[in-house]
Design a protein around this ligand. Structure first.
Ligand code: ATP
Ligand code: MG
Length: 449
């Protein structure tokens, strides 16, 4: 690991700005609310002679009296020095190298202070920009005052010093925290160009914290949202998970649409939403997201498979209908529509196979709910994806897209014992016969998947 220390360049972020230092008695961050793993990391770094700070969401949330999601640590130790201190440590990332220190299920992210770099100055292997100004690598190390200016929002750049338990503020983050303002550090346009994902982060934090995005940070979003199209779809998948499975999916969704960013993530869904009729499908997506937030609040599991299944359901339905209109059989149309929509979506935000398979199963099982005669309903109950598919059916019926009678039947069916089930199945209505339209032209060939 090559290490470059960027020393004073006679500008902001190089020792010329005095930070505000809030001593322990004057703030509410207490060690009792910091995870013991994070404290272990902080202390071990300090005892080895390094500077050691809690930073980012951990400090921000504690200052707001909220429970942090995770803890991030910043230090002047290099990744290799960090690795030597912790056995349970793994170095990750290329664009942004950092250490993950693992304690059971908890991971403490330990980052070496970033230095200032302006592309030209360090046109070497440790920092790099794209033509659009996007930072491709950011592994130039520096001091804490440089690090503060490299962070995204002022409220994310507050440091808690384990040496004396003070809070250190280089960028006016405390004031913004009090005012409920989310403000990019530095020039918004340049900071979004460096990393367009910061636009999504702005929305995520605004929704989660109930903060207002500062007008300057807001204005640049309208100009630069197209830059998100260049972000690797795998990174956008990670961000989608944080946006929609972080407990505030509904308000996040509304803000994303407000800033016209949602279409950068789910273009086909946005297209479907813009043609909504009588509140549908927007109510379906909203109900799905409400449901997700509720499950998270109750500590129930949520999965990207169900989330994507819901977000893409309307595009799948529209595509299925289009294929039926071309004369394809119902089963073929459903299958092909599912494959096509999946292939088109992963160009925008990827979806690992371990989620896309169950997602398509959830879709495919929907029509099987209509088969309530004979052995079909029993086989359905045993399907490994039954539970998710049934929850999906409930959502569809709540929003009027599937028959309430059908959803109720399945709810009832599950509560019965074996004998009662047989009776119910014997009296179940036969499946509605779909009248097959005459073929107008040859079906589209199966090219996807
Ligand atoms: P969360 O509550 O979601 O964990 P967080 O603020 O801790 O919020 P992380 O993604 O965990 O967010 O990142 C930790 C810190 O690293 C951030 O607070 C910010 O200071 C910095 N950071 C993360 N991503 C970026 C980015 N894309 N650009 C600049 N700084 C970033
Ligand atoms: Mg964090």
């Amino acid at each position: 690991d090559k290490l470059i220390r960027v020393d004073n360049q006679g500008d902001i972020g190089s020792g010329s700005v005095q930070p505000a230092i809030i001593p322990r008695p004057e703030h509410i961050v207490s060690r009792a609310s910091i995870s013991s793993s994070a404290l272990k990391v902080l202390y071990r770094l300090k005892e080895a002679g390094f500077q050691s700070f809690l930073v980012g969401g951990g400090v921000r949330d504690l200052l707001l009296g909220r429970e942090p999601k995770d803890f991030d640590v910043a230090t002047n130790a290099t990744p290799d020095e960090i690795r030597q201190l912790f056995r349970n440590c793994r170095l990750i990332g290329r664009r942004f190298r950092l250490a993950h220190v693992r304690f059971g299920r908890e991971i403490i992210e330990v980052a070496t202070f970033r230095g200032r770099h302006d592309g030209q100055l360090h046109a070497d292997s440790d920092s790099a920009h794209s033509e659009q100004g996007r930072i491709l690598r950011d592994n130039v190390y520096g001091e804490i005052e440089d690090d503060a200016w490299r962070r995204d929002f002022t409220v994310n750049a507050l440091y808690y010093d384990i040496k004396d338990f003070s809070v250190v503020d280089y960028v006016g983050g405390l004031e913004d925290l009090k005012a409920g303002t989310l403000r990019l550090i530095g020039d918004p346009e340049q900071r979004y160009r460096e990393d367009p994902v910061r636009m999504l982060r702005a929305v995520r934090f605004a929704a989660k914290l109930g903060f207002r995005i500062h007008p300057d940070s807001e204005a640049a979003i309208h100009e630069l949202d197209y830059l998100l199209d260049d972000i690797p779809s795998a990174r956008l998948f990670e961000e989608v998970i944080k946006l929609f499975l972080g407990g505030c999916a509904v308000s996040t969704f509304e803000l994303l649409r407000h800033y016209d960013l949602f279409r950068r993530l789910f273009p086909m869904t946005e297209e479907a939403l813009s043609h909504e009729e009588q509140g549908f499908p927007i109510t379906f997506v909203l109900r799905a997201l409400e449901n997700t937030d509720k499950r998270l609040a109750e500590n129930k599991p949520v999965t990207p498979a169900f989330l994507y299944a819901a977000l893409l359901w309307e595009p799948v339905r529209l595509r299925t209908q289009a294929l039926l209109d071309q004369g394809m059989s119902a089963l073929e149309a459903a299958q092909l529509a599912g494959n096509q929509i999946t292939s088109e979506q992963i160009l925008a935000t990827s979806l690992p196979k371990r989620f896309s398979f169950p997602m398509r199963e959830i879709w495919m099982l929907q029509s099987r709910f209509e088969r309530r005669r004979g052995k079909a309903p029993y086989r359905m109950l045993e399907h490994p994806r039954f539970r998710a598919a049934y929850d999906f059916l409930l959502l569809r019926s709540e929003t009027g897209e599937a028959a309430e009678e059908l959803a109720d039947w399945w709810t009832h069916f599950q509560t019965l014992n074996a004998g009662e089930r047989d009776t119910l199945v014997e009296s179940a209505p036969a499946r509605k016969k779909r009248r097959r339209r005459p073929r107008k032209r040859k079906p589209v060939s199966k090219t996807n998947d």
